[in-house]
Design a protein around this ligand. Structure first.
Ligand code: GLC
Length: 491
């Protein structure tokens, strides 16, 4: 390989959410952790996100780096300020400070979400110019940044500052595509290119920002190998499977890791009793702490099942609702943590009222409580309809909670059914999106739970598996280099 390609890369990562500043889902965890592993490999990584109202400059010790960046938005211009925080070992996190767009109660869900994230992307690129830091790679994540690869072929095409920048586009979840009316193309300055794909019915009359990211980026990744295969099919492709198939030689599946420093039961101060795979008996203190906190009877023999998740259809809560009675008739305890759709809030609240000895629900998100649940539960449920990667099962395994998952996406890549004959496996899985298949998997787990030695082996296997970011970060670097090569070849 030529020397030029071996040098450290300047990598700009753009995302709408980054831990610890703002988080709705797993995207934030990934973008908050991958950069540290890339930096460890010797690369110069910088991040950009919006500065939401909730990101307090005092709490995160933000500094102001640029007072006024002019951002072109169709006919008008906006002035934004750029602030800076950091993660890890001084990795800069630039934040686009535009109160009119981002000082709101929530991160998403506004009528002008399209404009908000176009402004963010444009401001991010202009900031790099003003800082005179030209990236080799612009790594975009999810629909909020999908316009950037499109711009590299349009508004920035002739721009020498960005001419060597290759784009990589990561799909964390194909279900959120950023679909807007035609006007958004004017705001983004790409209206003259017209609509994409008039030949594809689903795309002929909509502006789909994620589809643009997929179509125009130099390389595409998604967060597990299985999901990379699945999205080429109509079942999981969310209507973009024809487009994805047309670019399949540029689509790579790279499994997410988790932050091994933050998520470590041997050092975690959020949990009552620290432990490792050789001192699993200490976990009992965490189960007790969790039962106390959840106001459930403190009993070590009762299997404690947990779910930590966005309360969204994707996550399979309708399956849980269909088996709730037979499940609770097994005498288990169930603890749920998350926020999301109102009808799931009500569903779990009703269950908690009817079964106060067995069900506890925390309608919030809080990483301290999350870590106590990972450390104190016996089993962790993820019966997802689809799951690009899934981080919950990885954290659960690291904390000795045995996963019960549907065999899709990243869940299929990381959890193997326990096989009593061979003794192999690290959890329980089911294939069909069917409540009774889920129920059967739970029953198999409950059966095995009675055999403490075998159970401990499953826990240890989960704890000893390596889901740190190191290996995945190396694969990202390979894809970055491929993207640069694709970019240079002009393909
Ligand atoms: C999305 C996906 C989840 C994935 C996460 C991070 O939240 O639903 O499966 O783990 O992004 O990539």
């Amino acid at each position: 390989m030529d020397i030029e390609l071996e040098r450290p890369l300047r990598i700009l990562i753009m995302a709408a959410e980054i831990v610890p500043f703002a988080k709705v889902g797993g995207l934030a965890d990934v973008v908050g952790a991958l950069p540290k592993a890339l930096q460890d490999l010797g690369h110069d990584v910088r991040l950009v996100m919006p500065r939401y109202g909730q990101v307090s400059p005092e709490r995160f010790q933000l500094t102001s780096v640029l007072d006024a960046v002019t951002v072109k938005m169709s006919q008008y211009q906006e002035q934004v300020r750029i602030m800076q925080g950091s993660i890890g070992n001084d990795i800069p996190v630039y934040m686009v400070d535009a109160p009119r767009y981002f000082d709101r109660e929530n991160i998403y869900g506004y009528i002008d979400d399209g404009e908000r994230f176009i402004l963010f992307c444009r401001a991010a690129l202009e900031t790099m110019r003003l800082l005179d830091w030209s990236p080799d790679i612009i790594h975009c994540n999810d629909w909020q940044t999908g316009i950037v690869p499109n711009w590299m072929h349009t508004v920035y095409h002739e721009d020498p500052f960005f001419s060597d920048a290759a784009t990589v586009y990561t799909i964390h979840n194909l279900a959120y595509q950023g679909i807007f009316g035609y006007r958004i193309l004017e705001v983004a300055g790409v209206a003259s290119g017209g609509f994409l794909y008039p030949q594809i019915v689903e795309l002929a009359n909509v502006v789909d920002i994620m589809a643009r990211g997929i179509h125009f980026s130099d390389a595409i990744t998604t967060v597990s190998e299985r999901y990379a295969q699945e999205i080429l099919t109509p079942t999981f492709g969310e209507k973009l499977d024809p487009l994805l198939r047309s670019r399949r030689e540029r689509l790579f599946g790279i499994l997410n890791g988790i932050d091994y420093l933050e998520m470590n039961p041997a050092t975690d101060h959020y949990i009552r009793s620290q432990f490792n795979s050789a001192s699993l008996e200490k976990r009992a203190g965490n189960k007790q702490a969790l039962q106390e906190r959840a106001h459930l009877p403190v009993r070590s023999d009762v299997p404690l099942l947990a779910m930590i998740s966005r309360l969204a259809d994707q996550k399979g809560f309708d399956l849980i609702s269909q088996i709730s009675q037979p499940l609770l008739a097994q005498g288990v305890q169930l603890v749920v943590l998350g926020i999301g759709d109102q009808h799931y809030h009500e569903m779990f609240q009703n269950l908690a009222v009817r079964y106060p000895q067995q069900v506890a629900i925390f309608l919030t998100f809080n990483s301290e409580l999350a870590q106590s649940i990972y450390a104190g539960s016996d089993m962790f449920l993820m019966p997802s309809r689809f799951e690009p990667c899934g981080l919950g099962q990885l954290i659960a395994m690291r904390y000795g909670s045995v996963p019960i998952v549907r065999k899709v996406g990243g869940l299929a890549d990381t959890v193997q059914e326990y096989d009593p004959r061979s003794g192999l496996g690290n959890g329980f899985t089911f294939d069909n999106y069917d409540p009774w298949d889920l129920f059967a998997a739970i029953v198999r787990a409950l059966e095995l739970f009675r055999f403490k030695d075998v159970w401990r082996t499953l826990q240890q296997r989960g704890m000893e598996a390596d889901h740190s970011w190191h290996a995945s970060a190396m694969r990202y670097v390979d894809v970055y280099r491929d993207a640069i090569a694709f970019h240079k070849s002009g393909k």
